[in-house]
Design a protein around this ligand. Structure first.
Ligand code: HEM
Length: 287
């Protein structure tokens, strides 16, 4: 490694260490738990979260519970068009999770799947079948990817809800605010580390939608890269779902109860214990 390269690495490390706590602190006013919203263009209703600091919206919707369980769900990712790239981890961590990367390339939506075992550039990950939905769009302000993901509940070394689609899943998302990927025309492009990340809790008992099959009817194409609509998205981002946490009240089932910068409730409702999932997120889990 050259001297210049070491200097750059040190800079990125310092930047991350300084800014991560600031982003974490800035989001303490919200109870980071998913709530319902419906996309006004597609009519699809998701359980999701709009992050007022990172300016990203993430939503998920699953088919009704079945035996054997379905291996698919739909996801919506909305981010400012100015971002270099954004990402999603449906396993809630960078390592051993199914990851999605997203950026615009001209009027195209570049949506890829990745996987890594550690804090290094994630590799492209084959297996998931992605189908972009027609409301996906890139315009001057936003990129919105709404997609069906099949073969996506189980991946290398992990699964949604730890294999129980009626339990809980921590969802994580990341952003590179200005730095683009090395080659935006290539869905497998390398990239530098993100500038920020955050989490929200997803109660899987709330994500199963009896309208799911009708949502599939609106699927557009089965390519990983689809041309976007030329019509501007109409208010694609739902309003922020912030709710002030009452510090004195006990946190409800599966709510956040701790983590770096968290100032909300740290005690859990009866029958639940505050369990640390990572430095940034502790959660009330069944005792
Ligand atoms: C070259 C590319 C990347 C590098 C070098 C990198 C590196 C890192 C590092 C060092 C952390 C820990 C930060 C901290 O604790 O302050 C981290 C966290 C995280 N990264 Fe990445 N990352 C990369 C790309 C990605 C991508 C593409 C995704 C998702 C699409 C992602 C998702 C996450 C998530 C969700 C976290 C927070 C949760 C956790 O610590 O596991 N990363 N990354």
């Amino acid at each position: 490694m050259s001297l210049d390269r070491r200097g750059e690495t040190q800079y990125l490390y310092t930047y991350k260490r300084i800014w991560t706590p600031i982003f974490a602190c800035a989001s303490v006013a919200v109870a980071q738990t998913a709530s319902a919203y419906c996309d006004s263009t597609s009519g699809i209703c998701y359980q999701g979260y709009s992050d007022p600091v990172m300016n990203m919206t993430i939503g998920l919707v699953f088919p009704p519970l079945s035996t054997p369980p379905s291996d698919e769900y739909m996801v919506q990712m909305v981010a400012p068009a100015s971002f270099g790239w954004s990402g999603l981890s449906v396993g809630g961590t960078m390592a051993d999770s199914l990851l999605f990367t997203l950026w615009p390339y001209n009027d195209q939506i570049m949506l890829g799947t990745r996987w890594t075992s550690g804090y290094v550039l994630p590799d492209p990950y084959a297996g998931p079948k992605i189908t972009l939905l027609p409301d996906s769009t890139v315009n001057s302000t936003h990129i919105k990817a709404s997609f069906r993901c099949q073969n996506c509940t189980v991946w290398q070394d992990g699964s949604i809800g730890g294999g129980d689609l009626n339990s809980f899943q921590l969802i994580a998302y990341v952003a590179s605010y200005t730095t683009k990927v090395a080659d935006p025309s290539n869905i497998d492009s390398s990239m530098q580390e993100h500038d920020a990340f955050n989490f929200f809790g997803l109660d899987l008992t709330t994500v199963h939608d009896s309208s799911y099959n009708s949502y599939i009817g609106s699927s557009a194409s089965s390519s990983t890269v689809a041309p976007s609509s030329t019509t501007p998205a109409s208010s694609s981002a739902p309003p922020a779902t912030s709710t002030s946490a009452a510090p004195s009240a006990a946190q409800s089932a599966y709510g956040q109860c701790g983590g770096t910068g968290w100032t909300g409730p740290t005690a859990c409702a009866s029958g639940f214990t505050c369990t640390e999932l990572n430095d940034y997120y502790s959660q009330c889990t069944p005792s």
